[in-house]
Ligand binder design. Structure first.
Ligand code: ATP
Ligand code: VIB
Length: 318
């Protein structure tokens, strides 16, 4: 079959119910998780730059808050000198090799009984340590009994080098993925800044999709939401007012591997049988959603989607 590309009007009706799809993503739920999911906000080590109102709202909307190492400095600094606010926004965990966590911030959160776990391995990033910890938090009774041991143990009884990874690996042996409650994971600070860190963040989308698919990971930045679209048909749903006010352009980005976009429905430029590849310079960038309430993306392999967001407007819809 030969490739096609058509240009649609600014709004078209797409009947999502009549399209066979294996996966579904609700755009708003990437930020405001479905109540049936477990949810976590992961703060990575970059200056927090989203508007304060939005940050505090997103904080409230997530069950668990985790700082990757020096991200705790960023959280501490975000509230400037307002102690009455700082005390309200205590993370549940700080984890990492602790090379970037300042002594002042370490002492502050330690005194407030935040669980601070040191993991010294230089064979995984603090990001991965966080992701393993989040899964243990929601799925491992053994991890909970370690953490809740009131006899203050060194490093909460977790082996210093890679105890979290060891606990995680032994937990996954007996974990039936299909029975695990989905974890909505919103990550702040993983994109932009240092490029190797940014690419590492993208690898996590693929890794979790393959190895821990109960995670629904999405990055939020001041300009974008970035997440993975599973192959073989995904319906992306949104409220029309939300789309009109908060959403701009989008890009279908075959970062991990070249693929074929079998079909899209509801994009400004809809394609069929469209080979896409970074190497060959064929990427659907600067596209946008024109389906009134949904659009459909069907690819032969997983692909990354970025969706432009207007952060100042988002707060009105959360
Ligand atoms: N500039 C950045 N851009 C994107 N993500 C970042 C950046 N800096 C840190 N991060 C994320 O925050 C996490 C914690 O940051 P931290 O400074 O502790 O990094 P790290 O894991 O010690 O890495 P490195 O030793 O390479 O600096 C990192 O694992 C990474 O996921
Ligand atoms: C092939 C290879 N490349 C780089 C590193 C270094 N490294 C990877 S993750 C990490 C921790 C960052 O906090 C460090 C230092 C390695 N171990 N193996």
């Amino acid at each position: 079959m030969s490739e096609e590309c058509i240009e649609n009007p600014e709004r078209i009706q797409i009947d999502g119910d009549s399209i066979k799809h294996r996966n579904q993503v609700n755009l708003k739920e990437l930020i405001n998780p479905n109540k049936g999911d477990n949810s976590a906000l992961l703060i990575l080590n970059q200056k927090i730059d989203i508007p304060k109102q939005l940050f505090y709202k997103v904080w409230e909307l997530h069950d668990l808050k985790i700082c990757a190492d020096g991200a705790a400095n960023r959280l501490y600094d975000y509230v400037k000198d307002d102690e009455s606010i700082r005390i309200k926004y205590l993370p549940d965990y700080i984890i990492g090799d602790l090379d970037s966590l300042s002594e002042k911030v370490f002492n502050y959160y330690k005194e407030k009984n935040v669980v601070i776990i040191r993991q010294t391995t230089q064979y995984s990033t603090d990001f991965t340590k966080c992701v393993n910890l989040i899964s243990l938090h929601f799925n491992s009774p053994k991890f909970h009994s370690l953490i809740s041991n009131k006899n203050a143990q060194f490093n909460h009884g977790i082996e210093l080098e890679e105890g979290i990874h060891t606990l995680y690996n032994s937990m996954t042996e007996s974990l039936a993925f299909s029975e695990v409650t989905p974890i909505s994971l919103l990550a702040l600070g993983g994109i932009g800044g240092r490029f190797d860190q940014t690419i590492h963040s993208i690898t996590q989308l693929y890794t979790l999709s393959k190895e821990a698919s109960y995670f629904k990971l999405c990055y939020i930045t001041v300009t974008d939401l970035i997440f993975l679209i599973n192959k073989n048909g995904t319906l992306i749903k949104y409220n029309p007012q939300f789309r009109n006010s908060c959403i701009g352009n989008c890009g279908l980005l075959p970062i991990g591997e070249a693929t074929v976009i079998k079909e899209t429905r509801g994009l400004k430029w809809d394609v069929k049988n469209w080979p896409t590849s970074v190497v060959n310079g064929r990427v659907s960038s600067s596209n946008r959603f024109v389906g009134k309430e949904c659009c459909f993306i069907d690819t032969e392999d997983d692909i990354i989607l970025n969706v432009e967001i207007f952060v100042d407007k988002l707060i009105n819809f959360l």
